[in-house]
Design a binder for this molecule. Sequence first.
Ligand code: ARG
Ligand code: ASP
Length: 712
Amino acid sequence: MRLIKILIYLLVFQSSAQQGGMWIPSLLQGMNEQEMNQLGSKLTAQDIYDVNNSSLKDAIAHFGGGCTSEVISPKGLLLTNHHCGYGEIQSHSTVENDYLQDGFWAKNLKEELPNEDLYVDFIVRIVEVTNSVLQGLTNTMTEQQKQALITKNSNAIEKAAPIEPWQNTKIKSFYKGNQYFLFVTERFEDVRLVGAPPSSIGKFGSDTDNWMFPRHTGDFSLFRIYADKNNRPAKYSKDNVPYRPKHFLPISLDGVAENDFTLVFGFPGRTNEYLPAVAIDQTVHTINPAAIGIRETSLAIVDKFMRSDQDIKIKYASKFASIANYWKKWIGENQGIEKSGAIAARKELEVRFTNLVKQKNLKAYSHLLPEFDRLYAEIKEVSLARTYWSEIGYRNNELLRACLFAYQLVNTYHSRGKEAFEKRLPSTLNRLDRIYKNYSAKVDMPVFEALVEKYISEVPSSYVPASYKNLNLSKTTKEVYASSAFTALEKMRALFEGSPKEIVDRISSDKGYLFAKDLHQMYYETINPAFQKTNLEIAGVQKTYMKALMELFPNERFFPDANSTLRVTYGQVKGYAPRDAVYYKAVSYLDGVMEKYKPGDYEFDVPQKLRDLYVAKDFGPYADINGKVPVCFLGTNHTTGGNSGSPAIDAHGNLIGLNFDRVWEGTMSDMNYDPEICRNIMVDARYILFIIDKYAGAKHLIDEMKLVHPKK
Ligand code: ARG
Ligand code: ASP
């Protein structure tokens, strides 16, 4: 019996020991280094992160604060996803030069295109500062008092840290506030667009294939970092020169095989791996269904218009894709949690936890789980209301969103006066302009009616504005869209003429604004304060719970939740079995692109040139030993949103792929990573090189890279 137990323990421990987790690059020595070596890595912890010598980390840059990117040449050439550079590619596009549709390739440095708002951040060093951040905290303080002191301490430490004039500092919380690290960073603000494939390659398969495997998307784009003459960060100037990086990634031409070691290095945004069962239950059964339902309603309406009107199709393409992205993700997440029995497993862990606490008589921990139950019950309704507000008042209806920006501006006037108003006005107008650039009142109106209807009928009544009850919504909708200025760019702009007082008065008598105001006021005055109050208490309990878990289960691996800081995750190239009798192999090929090819289709069209190369088998050195061009591959690397654009690195530190997505069945990895079915999806580096070289004819870019054969 005992032997069986040990065997089971070993099996469970072994399979979970090597997979999952997003690790802090400066702390890889020891366990992580050993695990990586067991998986086939030849890298040392210092190869990955070193403060005194150049290391892999010096090639990794946070791209615009959202995605990840990496330097792949000694001249600052930067690789990221097509969907990460999408906004920049779009902003340079016109009807005559549509780079989204046709792709873009700069033939020389002069043709590279500057991007006003784009920046990338490198990590110079990471320093633990837990004791100084928590200095002065006592158990008698309220959560608010603790938070205020932590903020004060952090600000002081950030200011006092020794840095160069061109560097910045930022402190971030880890393990739910049990540990703090200071990041010294360098921001480059002259980042130019170098190349992008057409969307029929970079976004091939679009929403239908999003979050799915088999995948055939060449989701990459190229930028270049420019620096001043001293190789330091500088604002855009035509005198700037290509940045000479401390390190750049060589690219492997040898490709990947099942079980090969892979490391993904990047900036994962947010995960929540240590929630109690009651919290997962609430997300899966209350919050996600509400958000999915709202998006389903709005997507169905927008889709109908997009299908029948070419102009609307172009205007709404990007918005539709971004709303559809998380709509689809949440559906997959719910299915994964359900199927993997994650809630029951979490409850089992909690039984073990409770028993240990009793056994060891740990009074400080005995209240934690009951507290979670109480607090999650308390927050449930308001959390739901908050989801409805953000999805309806902000995310899915543009009249309501425009009025939110106006509402914030009007409030600034009332609470902080004329000057504050004037200071805020330009950014408000900027945000409003962006809404109306791609706006159609014809589409927005039915979305408004359907979503407000949902709000009124599905949100707990104490969070529904009084004026919304007993409303003839269809009549109100018509009146709002007939008279409100928030239905077209020029009308909206005209509201903002004259003195602050005139503007405020004019906005405040707009019918659409008056309707939206009641909703936004409900949020700011009732929903959000109630939510924040309970949420802060939950955070306090979660902090102690995290500490307790680590103390009570000393043999388990605990990694800190993602928080948009630089992390290392590693695993192997591996296929998976999503359901009975189905197995997805780890690698997809160009043949699959041709199988999916639908002439003229907006998701599955294939450029003529690519079809020609395929027929002629003109693959250069980029095919595998069977003469096939690999396109995408799967790995067991634990990734999340923000890891898009992260390099997949081989056992020797070479680039083998570019991360861009996860498989649908595994999107629950944000709450419950399961090495059986969670897979990240990467573009094979050889496909990227093939497209740059053979498709785009941009050989000069290949020439500045370092191509290697580590397997030979
Ligand atoms: N699902 C990926 C991520 O979360 C890719 C999204 C971009 N592609 C799209 N079809 N929307 O960002
Ligand atoms: N596609 C995501 C991103 O843009 C990555 C993921 O969620 O797996 O970061």
